[in-house]
Design a protein around this ligand. Structure first.
Ligand code: GAL
Length: 851
């Protein structure tokens, strides 16, 4: 080889090396980064339209996580979002807990295994109807601390926890740049809603939080939700029922929606909120139509507030939220299916949405189109009728399209409608309706179970009591070690002073919340309580004091620490005034008298909920089972229901309290608190702007009667049930409820669109026949067909009737569906026969699935 040749070789080797280096560099930069521009998040070099859903890991058990995530993926989600719950991860400062339901790493890895991304909302403030918004109670006791503002002590703790979580994720290679699933992180939560209450320090705190987050070098973008002043490069995102009018605070940021409420949370004493899927789908379609790029359902699966995790005040134990996956992990239809169809339709437009800008075209009053052109003859379009009452037929590109009121049609090729938000073809599932309960639920009464009990006495029960000459604030006193605080005092009433004929002696008790039972001379006299929106209350009771010394004992209760609002952490609870009224001389204010206190209940102190005390002689079964008695602990054993389906406890015959299964708390219950008898609307018109009070059910009933027992908490042999009843109830009314099946219904007309997933770009609809699709829950099969009619069937799921035109297609449907987990029936007259040739026919089928 000549010198020249060898120099040439060296040069080309160098060039190759540079090229390779460049390629590798590009490769790394492109393949494992998350960035963003005005159009979208850019993942692995590609702009993405992302559907996301909230699943909070501690609101179910780890054995169920893979199933929930699988259903989320099948429902068309790309991302799972969760908060991180500081108070359970660091119950004592410096002592961490990441086990069981709180095994965050395992949860993130489960999402990764399913091939989905993670949005980690580290906060550390969560809100989330979670006790104290996720803040550890010990934080409150650091002298000089002020939460969520410029305060060195708070900022130090917040930074430490943020760094702890980020480091844990890095150590496990869980950020996308490390090959993991995390593509986004959140600092703080909706601080913009409360910022003004913190004055100038609020704005400084926002700036600090942003800088601190960015300084943690996660390699993924950070978001701050509902934070108009989020500093660059943090993306400010929208939260709300609708976000299609949202614009981020910089032209370089994408339009992202971090909380799209699929329903609303439940509080004791309230009716149950739900959100019709037609409206939810409309909100989502409008968001993407108008330039949105990332959308998260809050919640996609809500789950359960086990133990004392519920926030407050008065947040219920169920966190079902009317989510696409229900509290028990079952698919909630038609919500899940209709959204899945919507996600398919939006995905079919993804390339156009991220690579083109919208051209907006007015189609008339309340009618418009947004068209995304990649070239003059290659476009995707959304047609919207955002009027809430009038259906319309619009002309778009020379064709006419029918648009029901409050709906959006999606045309991935600007011609074919593959989806309309108001036309639901997904099946309906009835899980727990009174008219199908006997075939979907198996209820085992505990009336003949053998019960033991422990009767608590009102008032001071042990030697840890203490005195103070004022009424103490409850959280500062209990440190949230218990829901309960006893306020007790003895008063002397002399005969002369006692009563005249006209005045009644009464006690007026003012409380900051949340509830209180008044005992006088060991007798229950009155019960007072607030509500979620205002937990304070006044309890006024007429009291029959006797001459001499009288004992006043007030059991003040908290039902979840406040989780929302400016300065929520110092809102406080407990009794704040006690006045004796109607004495002959004058009123007597007892508020500054000498009170004796005790934190917690005797039964809690004894540990009656523990499995280790199940055989203790503290429990008795001698004499008659006490019923309708306050402050009573009950214990029994029950067998786990057969099968794998959801299990719950029906506590409708109880008052208020808490229940434990095998030593684990399934949450607080409150069956005696009925919701207002009016204000419900079922069915609820989906058209028009939705808010949390628009669509309610279960008026005049308890917010909740069934309390979820996770399957993994049950053993095959006997299971220990312990109940603490605070007000009075009858444990013989309790039953164990197992879900054994479902009633499912499908209904579709012959002129309906074929399903969105049968459409392909450049091909059109692969099948032209609409299909009626039915699917049971995992593990169940169609056992029978309860109704099948082609014609103009009447009624609704669970209550179908034949119409004037009817072909009995039951035997065909049975043949196709019975014994199957899922089936689909083409709505074709050729196959089914035509009962009335001049009518547009509908096929309706009702099936019974059994596990
Ligand atoms: C939001 C908050 C969420 C949740 C929601 C209501 O304001 O960010 O964490 O509390 O309200 O369910």
């Amino acid at each position: 080889m000549s010198v020249v040749e060898s120099r040439k070789d060296m040069l080309s080797a160098l060039l190759l090396a540079i090229l390779l280096f460049d390629c590798n560099f590009l490769q790394t930069a492109v393949s494992t980064s998350v960035t963003y521009d005005s159009k979208a998040l850019i993942i692995n070099g590609k702009r993405r339209i992302l559907q996301s859903g909230s699943v909070h890991y501690p609101r179910t058990t780890p054995d169920v996580w893979p199933e929930i995530i699988r259903k989320a993926k099948e429902g068309g989600l790309d991302v799972i979002e969760t908060y991180v719950f500081w108070n359970y991860h660091e119950p004592v400062r410096g002592e961490y807990y990441f086990e069981g339901r709180f095994d965050l790493i395992r949860f993130v890895k489960e999402v990764y295994k399913a091939g989905l991304f993670v949005h980690l909302r580290i906060g550390p403030y969560a809100c989330a109807e979670w006790n104290y918004g996720g803040f550890p109670i010990w934080l409150h006791f650091i002298p000089g601390i002020q939460f969520r503002t410029k305060n060195d002590l708070f900022q130090g703790e917040m930074e430490r926890f943020l760094a702890k979580i980020v480091d844990m994720m890095k150590d496990e290679n869980l950020f996308l740049s490390q090959g993991g699933p995390i593509i986004l992180a959140q600092v703080e939560n909706e601080y913009g809603n409360v910022e003004a209450a913190y004055g100038v320090d609020g704005a400084l705190y926002v700036k600090w939080a942003a800088e601190t987050a960015v300084g943690l070098n996660t390699s993924v973008p950070w978001v701050m939700c509902a934070q108009w002043d989020a500093p660059d490069p943090i993306i400010n995102t929208c939260n709300g029922f609708y976000c299609d009018g949202f614009t981020p605070n910089s032209p370089f940021k994408p339009s992202m929606w971090t909380e799209n409420y699929v329903g609303w949370f439940l509080a004791f004493g309230y009716a149950v909120p739900f959100r019709p899927v037609e409206d939810l789908a409309f909100a989502v379609a409008r968001f993407f139509e108008r330039g949105g790029t990332f959308q998260n359902y809050y919640m996609y699966f809500g789950g359960t507030n086990f133990g004392r995790t519920a926030g407050g005040p008065l947040i219920a134990t169920s966190y079902d939220y009317d989510a696409p996956i229900n509290e028990y992990g079952f698919i909630n239809q038609p919500k899940w299916g209709h959204l899945r169809d919507l996600h398919i339709a939006i995905k079919q437009c993804e390339d156009h949405l991220v690579n083109a800008n919208a051209t907006q075209i007015s189609l008339g009053e309340n009618l418009e189109a947004h068209v995304y052109y990649r070239s003059s003859n290659d476009c995707a379009a959304f047609l919207a009728n955002y009027g809430s009452s009038s259906d319309a037929t619009v002309n778009f590109s020379g064709k006419s399209y029918f648009l029901p009121a409050w709906s959006v049609s999606i045309l991935p090729d600007c011609v074919n409608v593959v989806f309309n938000t108001a036309k639901v073809i997904s099946q309906i599932t009835l899980n727990d309706e009174p008219f199908t309960r006997n075939i979907t639920m198996r209820e085992s009464s505990l009336s003949s179970a053998s019960w033991s009990w422990y009767k608590e006495k009102p008032g001071i029960w042990g030697n840890s009591s203490f005195e103070a000459s004022s009424l103490l604030e409850q959280i500062n006193t209990t440190k949230d070690t218990s829901d309960f605080l006893w306020y007790t005092i003895s008063i002397d009433v002399d005969g002369n002073n006692k009563q005249n004929q006209t005045n009644e002696v009464g006690l007026l008790i003012g409380s900051l919340g949340h509830a209180a039972i008044l005992f006088v001379n060991k007798q229950l006299v009155a019960f007072g309580y607030g509500n979620h929106d205002d937990a304070s209350f006044v309890l006024s009771a007429k009291v029959d004091f006797h001459s001499g010394s009288n004992k006043i004992e007030i059991l003040s209760m908290m039902i979840g620490l406040q989780n929302y609002g400016p300065w929520f952490d110092i809102q406080g609870a407990g009794i704040r005034s006690v006045v004796l009224a109607g004495l002959q001389d004058s009123e007597k204010d007892l508020s500054s008298a000498q009170w004796t206190y005790q934190v917690g209940l005797e039964g809690e102190y004894l540990g009656l909920d523990n499995v280790s005390l199940a055989n203790s002689s503290l429990w008795t079964d001698e004499g008659a089972l006490p019923i309708n008695r306050s402050l009573t602990w009950y214990k029994t054993a029950f067998l786990a229901p057969e099968g794998n389906g959801p299990v719950s406890l029906n506590l409708s015959g109880m008052g208020k309290g808490q229940a434990w299964v095998n030593g684990l708390s399934i949450g607080r219950y409150w069956s005696q608190y009925l919701s207002p008898s009016s204000g419900c609307s079922e069915p609820c018109d989906y058209r028009g702007t939705y808010d949390a009070s628009k669509c309610l059910k279960k008026c005049g009933q308890p917010a909740q009667t069934l309390y979820h027992i996770p399957r993994s908490w049950l053993q095959h042999s006997e299971n220990l049930l312990v109940i603490h009843e605070e007000l009075g109830g009858d444990p013989k009314t309790i039953s164990v409820v197992a879900q054994i099946g479902q009633v499912i219904c499908g209904r579709i007309s012959e002129d309906h669109l074929p399903p969105a997933d049968t459409w392909e770009r450049g091909v059109g609809f692969v099948s032209t026949t609409p299909q009626l699709r039915l699917a049971c829950e995992t593990g169940q099969r169609i056992a029978s067909i309860r109704f099948a009619s082609l014609g103009n069937p009447q009624g609704s799921c669970g209550a179908h009737r034949l119409g004037s035109c009817h072909a009995d297609v039951s035997s065909f449907v049975k043949q196709v569906c019975v014994g199957e987990e899922r089936c689909s029936i083409p709505v074709s007259m050729d196959t089914l026969g035509d009962p009335c040739p001049n009518l547009t026919k509908t096929l309706a089928v009702e099936a019974h699935c059994l596990g």
